[in-house]
Design a protein around this ligand. Structure first.
Ligand code: GLY
Length: 412
């Protein structure tokens, strides 16, 4: 769970040095490498890195989240990022068919089980669907484990419904912080938890999950977005009247700025909700967000965004590879819902992003980066936390995007 922000730290010499290096690293290291070769190389790197990471952490409780002060940081099943490690293990299994990844994925998925009854946060989609959702998808029809996977997901979805307020038409993201004036905070990230509800509606043949997901997406569509397609991070509502009380940021640069990962969550969320509902409003919004990101004048040439599009110190600010990975995965899905020319534009952009992420500037070489894959993610800059570090969710969406790219391209 995200903690209340403290003042921005001054830029470190390391950040400025990395920013300068990345500014010059705008071309992929291997411009002639074919896409299938790049994907194969990335999965080899992922297998080597995650193999080492697994050896380091398996005997301990907890899930690797990042590297902090040179130390690997493990978190418990109540952390919003817990599900991404099992999710990445499932993607490694999907890419290779190697039973070693499957067994590790099964083990780590089961470790996320306590989240299914956690009523204190909205992130149950991240926490459960990344592990259990992939577990169910990748388990054979007759696998006896399917019942447990399904039960865990349904329990999590039912728990998530407890945070829904029909007056607001939204799921409350965070519980109220001490000393905060908010009464019902909803963050754009919350769009990502709706996939669990859409799945539950189908699995249980129970429309309530779907109704809540659609209400939340509609309310967010109405209140979170600006005319240019960008979004606020947090909208606070009056839980009695449903009226908007404030539009602010916690993880971004300023209330009116465009926090890069928030834009990526919105893009992914509305693309996913269009897949699930075929509501044209959702497709329109996803396309607006895509245009905002793709045409942004402050998007660097390598297409890996700065942590916030509006930080006044650009270009001497950290990047966020997580925003790039989420965006590329979302664009590859969005390409399936538009005409041929737009599909090509989205795929080309996503491929360019993935080429950048696959270059030495961002992809770890063997043994570095604490065992994680991608370097240069930014978790919570205003709080001075997780700046220019690896993050497990950056790796998860990178692997997902690579699998999506593999599925959409002919071999060769
Ligand atoms: N709350 C999810 C994020 O930090 O992006």
């Amino acid at each position: 769970m995200i903690e209340q922000g403290s003042p921005s730290p001054v830029l470190t010499a390391k950040t400025i040095f990395c920013a300068a290096l990345l500014a010059t690293a705008t071309l992929p290291a291997r411009a002639t490498e074919s896409v299938p070769a790049m994907i194969a190389r990335d999965f080899q790197t992922a297998a080597a890195q995650y193999g080492g990471l697994l050896d380091k952490v398996r005997a301990q409780p907890g899930f690797p989240r990042t590297v902090e002060g040179g130390q690997l940081k493990l978190v418990g099943p109540g952390d919003w990022t817990a599900g991404f490690f099992p999710g990445s293990l499932w993607y490694l299994y999907e890419a290779s068919g190697d039973a070693k990844w499957r067994s590790a994925a099964v083990d780590y998925t089961a470790r996320t089980a306590p989240a299914k009854f956690d009523k204190s946060q909205h992130d149950l989609g991240f926490m459960l669907y990344s592990g259990y959702g992939n577990a169910l998808r990748l388990s054979a029809d007759k696998s006896p484990k399917r019942v447990a996977y399904r039960d865990a997901l349904l329990a999590g979805a039912t728990t998530l419904l407890t945070r829904y307020n029909p007056k607001v038409g939204s799921i409350q993201s965070w519980d109220l912080w001490k000393n905060s004036s908010w009464t019902f905070p909803v963050i754009i990230d919350n769009m990502m938890n709706l996939e669990l509800l859409m799945w539950a509606a189908r699995a249980a043949n129970e429309p309530r999950y779907r109704e809540v997901a659609i209400a939340h997406a509609d309310t967010t569509l109405k209140n979170h977005f600006r005319p240019d397609g960008s979004s606020y991070h947090l909208v606070d509502y009056d839980p009695q009247s449903g009226q908007v009380r404030a539009r602010v940021t916690v993880q971004g640069y300023a209330d009116g700025s465009s926090w890069a990962r928030g834009q990526a969550w919105g893009l992914y969320g509305y693309t996913m909700m269009y897949r699930e509902t075929r509501k044209e409003d959702y497709l329109r919004q996803a396309r607006k967000i895509a245009a905002f990101i793709m045409q942004h004048p402050r998007l660097p040439a390598d297409k890996v965004p700065y942590w916030d599009f509006d930080d006044a110190a650009i270009p001497n600010v950290p990047r966020d590879v997580a925003a790039a990975a989420i965006t590329s995965s979302a664009l590859l899905e969005l390409a399936g819902f538009v005409d041929k020319d737009d599909a090509r534009r989205y795929r080309e952009f996503a491929t360019a992003q993935l080429r950048s992420l696959s270059s030495k500037a961002y992809l770890a070489t063997s043994g570095e980066n604490g065992g994680f894959l991608l370097k240069h993610a930014t978790g919570h800059k205003p709080a001075g936390k997780e700046i220019d570090v690896p993050l497990n969710y950056a790796d998860y969406y990178f692997l997902e995007a690579l699998l999506r790219l593999k599925a959409t391209r002919p071999e060769g």
